[in-house]
Design a protein around this ligand. Structure first.
Ligand code: AMP
Length: 113
């Protein structure tokens, strides 16, 4: 399998705006931001999409959620942000390496009435 764009970013083969990094994850600024703060929380393990994660990824998935909380404190987001995961092409996923979108500074009025 060829490397995804995010693997190239993780391996520093292509540049990105890195906000946070630890042994299991990296957080970069989205190149096409949809909100004043738009970050991508990316596991270093190349899971293609959320629905392909397995029991063995349980700890890693929890870790990604905790990173979101850490970023909220780090960037003083006032505990106000949205997390979005696009799963599959028909749901808008374009890069097949799991990632969480963290969006803040904009109200999305998303929830159906
Ligand atoms: P998705 O459509 O959920 O797969 O999200 C992919 C995201 O990656 C989009 O929001 C893109 O704007 C973003 N993206 C694409 N290329 C880059 C890049 N080189 N650096 C940072 N973000 C990127």
């Amino acid at each position: 399998m060829s490397e995804t764009l995010f693997e190239k970013i993780i391996n520093k083969e292509i540049p990105s705006d890195i906000i946070y990094e630890d042994d299991q994850s990296i957080v970069i600024k989205d190149i096409n931001p949809q909100a004043p703060v738009h970050l991508l929380i990316i596991p270093k393990k190349p899971i293609p999409m959320l629905s392909k994660a397995t029991e063995s990824d349980k700890e890693l998935l929890g870790h990604l959620m905790l990173v979101a909380g850490k970023l909220s404190k780090l960037l003083i987001l006032d505990d106000t942000f949205n997390i979005v995961i696009n799963n599959g092409e028909n749901a808008g996923q374009t890069i097949f390496h799991l990632h969480l979108h963290l969006l803040s500074g904009k109200s999305f009025n998303w929830l159906p009435a």
